[in-house]
Design a protein around this ligand. Sequence first.
Ligand code: MN
Length: 227
Amino acid sequence: MAYAIPAPAIVSVPVLGGDPFPVRRIYCVGRNYADHAREMGHDPDREPPFFFMKPADAIVPTGSTIPYPSKTKDYQHEIELVVALGKGGRDVPVAKALDLVFGYAVGLDMTRRDLQGEAKKLGRPWDMGKGFDQSAPCAPITPASKSGHIAKGAIWLKVNGEIRQKGNIDQLIWSVAETISYLSGYVGLAPGDLIYSGTPAGVGAVKQGDRLEGHVDGLTDLAVAIG
Ligand code: MN
């Protein structure tokens, strides 16, 4: 196919022991751990999950150095379990939702918290606080055929070797299956979609020179530096 301008490259994430995973869309869940909802000043009651997005080309591979982004003085980390979909669907029942999952990875929902906070206050979209360039570091994906479905296990983030965030996947307010089911009621899900499932408490700012290491039990660790 000829295009009027050079076509953008397909963004992909490495897969353990297989071909790379092509990324179509990146969905993120807000406030999916009660302790993080509380630290952000919200009632962690089981209100329905809500979603926002990042562009596919916000993906950053592990081992990268990320330039400190523009227009922020409060650039923050959110360690998350990432769900990679190998199949799509609409209005998927919870009991069938895990059938869509190809695999899992460790990711970071990097956030310009000051821009997000201003948007919240003014009732504006979060996009410039959440969906900016290089805002979605993602470690290699482990196929669910190897890891099994991830329902429990430690999730943590270290900055310069010190624990900053720590939780357990079993603390998710909305499980992976429930999240997929809900999201599929709003949009048609498709192969190549990633879902960043939310972050436990302990979010905070990073600065130039920081080294971030992220972990979820059973998956490949994520490592990035801030340049
Ligand atoms: Mn997040």
